[in-house]
Design a protein around this ligand. Sequence first.
Ligand code: ATP
Ligand code: MG
Length: 426
Amino acid sequence: MSKNIQAIRGMNDCLPSQTPVWQKVESVLRKVVASYGYSEIRMPIVESTELFKRSIGEVTDIVEKEMYTFDDRNGDSLTLRPEGTASCVRAGNQHGLIYNQIQRLWYMGPMFRHERPQKGRYRQFHQFGVETFGLNGPDIDAEVIAMTARFWREFGIADKVTLELNSLGSSEDRAAHREALVAFLQANTDKLDDDCLRRMETNPLRVLDSKNPEVQAMLAGAPRLPDYLSEESEQHFSQLCERLDVLGIQYRVNERLVRGLDYYNRTVFEWVTDCLGSQGTVCAGGRYDGLVAELGGKGSPAVGFAMGLERLVLILETLGLTEDIRGAVDAYVIVQGDSALLKAPVIVEQIRNALPDCRIQLNCGGGNFKKQFKKADQSGAELAIIIGDDEVQNNQVTLKYLRTQQEQTTISIDSVTAELENALQR
Ligand code: ATP
Ligand code: MG
C-alpha cells in the first residue's frame, strides 16, 4: 500500500466538526464590522517578496525568519503573505483607493509564517483585520478599538481580555528616543545577549521587546519613549485615552509595548488574555501613517489591527462557549415505504421553499427505521421528520424530538413549517 500523504506541519485542516465554530466566529465578526460601515477587501495570498521586506521591515522576526519565500517559474521572488496590512496598502495604492480619500476596510483569510508550531501558533493561521486610511485624529483610533471591544462583548469574553496601549510617537520623536536609547545600550553592552546586540545595531527599539529577564532588569533605567513624545503626539495619545474613558473601555498603558513590525507610529495596542498560556495576544494593531508613502503611494494616515482567529477560537473552546453551536443539520428526514420514498423529496423541497434557513438532510441509501434513526442522531439534528406511507396517504408528517423529552407528534403537512420554525427556535 502506498504511504498516506500528511498535511504540512503547522498547517491545519478545519474538519466538519470544527467548521460550525469557525462559521459562527466569522459571522459575528462580519456582523460587527458591518455595523461600523466598513467594506470588505480581498487580496491575493501571494505577493512579491519586496512588498513585505519594505513594509514589515528587514530586521523583524517575520522578514528575517518566518516568511515562506520562493522563486516562481519566472525567477521572481514571491512570498506567501505573513500578514494583511502590506497587501491591503499595496492594493489601495494600486487601485487609487487611498490618496485623498477615507477608507474603512476589513479582510479575513489565511496568513503564513514559518514558526515553531505550538498551541495558538501555527504556520498557516487566519487573521481578521481592519485597515482605515485618510484619518489623522484619535477619533478613528478610538473607533477601531471600540470595535474590537465590541467583538469581545459579542463573543462573551469581555472579562477575559485586557487592552494594553502605548504611543510610539512620530518618526521624529522616535529618532530622538532612538539616539538616547542607543547611547544607553552602548554603555550597557555587557548586559546584552547576542540577539539584543544585533538589534541594537539594526533596530534598537526592539531590544525593549527582549524576553531575557536580565536584559529586562537592565532596561529599567533606559530612556523612556514617553519622555520623548512631542506635544502633538502626547495630545493625540491623551485624546485617545480620553475617548476610551468616555466609551467605558478600560486599558493599561504599557510603555514597553512596541510591536514586532516596523511600520507603526503613535498608537499601538494589543488585546491579551491569560487563557492561552504564552500565546496570549489575540488582537494587535495601531497607527502606521508612513506606510502608504513607504510603499510608493501619496502619503495618507492609517490605523488598523489584526486578530488571530485560531487564538480566538481557542479562547471560546477553553471557556466552553462553543458547546451550544449547532452543527450542519437541524432536521433529518426518515423515510419508510415505497410511496414515501417517491414523495418525501417533494415534501422536503416544499419545506425548504418555505423555510430556507432550516437545514434539512434527507435520508439517502435506504435502511430500516433503526438504522435511519441512528443516522438522524449522528447528524446532530434537533429533530427527525418521519415520512412513511401512512403519512403520505394522510398528507401528514411525524416529528420526533431527538434532544428533548417532548412527545412525538403527527401533524398535517400544511402546519409543518410553522411547527419546525417553532421547534428550532427553542
Ligand atoms: P506573537 O507575538 O504572538 O508572535 P505577532 O506580534 O507576531 O504575535 P501580529 O503580526 O501582530 O502578531 O499578528 C496579529 C495577531 O495574529 C496576533 O496577535 C495573533 O493573534 C495572530 N498570530 C500571529 N502569528 C500567529 C501564528 N503563527 N499562529 C497563530 N496566530 C498568530
Ligand atoms: Mg510573531
